[in-house]
Design a protein around this ligand. Structure first.
Ligand code: 2P0
Length: 326
């Protein structure tokens, strides 16, 4: 029996990953840059055993159906390529995400699974190699191997596409991300399908690719200068640009709901009142608010005047993914 357990934290991109140049290898069209967060994480135990006759997957102690298990099996196949004698596995994942938050994250999930496999099989992969492996499961998972600010270098092939931490002289410790939870329903268009449709059909997509590099340069300057204003402005603009590409896709779609727009307006009004904060959004209606850690209580207080307290969750910067002794 070969058993390993690992914990990985979710991450939110400030410069988004949006579109692949290689669907099979999950190579992105542009570099992305994220902040790893402490509030949401996944603990995964994987056990490979000679006795097993198939892969089995439990999520939050519930046995998963064939479809969910097949996804895990496809990832395990990549790991089995590294084994002399391939074995089936049991995967047990616990998502430490507030219930009904709609934030079950493939990033923390696949990052924890990749690292747990490394532990179980004593593969002795470097963090870079674990990041590459996690990327094959879900692109954004490669960033969850590291804490703090993380850049995913797009690369040109399987070897050169991985994430690495960005040295920021502890600037990341001055930040917080406040989540406004607006909808916990399954989304209509998955991020995987949404980005593919956008790459294939959106007239705005070339503009996204052409300007992603500039946005990355600007945000790295902001980090180097520890300029919160610059960091926030680039973050917000980049998110808006990503979401603009979906409106020009065929058929068009958006992840925004009326409540998302309301939340964005609230963020703008907080800013007008001198509480500096900026929004970002991903492949769903929830709005995430980037702010200074020292301002977070005031911002939470203002947001709870507009939304219910259960809808507001605050995260600080999170650490590297790590193995857990069982
Ligand atoms: C991101 N998203 O950078 C972007 C912004 C969603 C919007 O990474 O197909 O689940 O498994 O590589 O990683 C979500 O996409 O997609 C994502 P796959 P993934 O965080």
């Amino acid at each position: 029996m070969h058993k390993g357990t690992a914990r990985a934290y979710t991450n939110i991109a400030l410069i988004k990953y949006w579109g692949k140049k290689d669907d099979a290898l999950i190579l992105p069209m542009n570099n992305s840059l994220s902040l790893t967060l402490d509030a949401f994480f996944t603990d995964t135990t994987v056990t490979f055993d000679e006795q097993y006759t198939k892969d089995v997957f439990y999520l939050d102690t519930v046995l998963q159906d064939e479809k969910a298990t097949a996804k895990v099996s496809r990832f395990l196949d990549l790991v089995r390529e590294k084994m002399d004698r391939p074995l089936f596995a049991t995967v047990e994942s616990i998502n430490h995400v507030p219930t009904a938050a709609g934030l079950a994250s493939s990033a923390s999930g696949l990052a924890a699974l990749a690292l747990a496999c490394n532990e179980a099989l004593r593969l002795n992969l470097s963090k870079t190699e674990v990041s590459r492996l996690a990327r094959r499961g879900s692109g954004s998972a490669c960033r969850s191997i590291f804490g703090g600010f993380v850049e995913w270098e797009q690369g040109t092939d399987d070897l050169s596409s991985f994430a690495r931490p960005i040295e920021a002289d502890r600037f990341e410790d001055e930040l917080a991300m406040v989540f406004i939870l607006l909808n916990d329903k399954q989304k209509d268009v998955s991020s995987r399908d949404g980005m593919k449709r956008t790459v294939d059909t959106s007239a705005f997509y070339p503009a996204w690719v052409n300007t992603a590099g500039e946005d990355l340069t600007l945000i790295k300057q902001a980090i180097a200068e520890k300029s919160f204003t610059k960091l926030g402005e680039v973050t917000e603009a980049n998110a808006l640009k990503m979401h603009a590409t979906t409106l020009a896709a065929t058929p068009p779609f958006t992840y925004w709901s009326p409540e998302s727009l309301r939340a964005m307006e609230v963020v703008k009004s907080l800013r007008k009142d001198g509480l500096e904060c900026y929004f970002t959004m991903d492949a769903g209606p929830n709005v995430k608010v980037l702010c200074k850690k020292q301002d977070r209580q005031q911002i939470i207080a203002r947001l709870t005047q507009e939304f219910s307290a259960e809808q507001i969750i605050c995260a600080l910067t999170g650490p590297d993914a790590h193995s857990i002794e069982t």
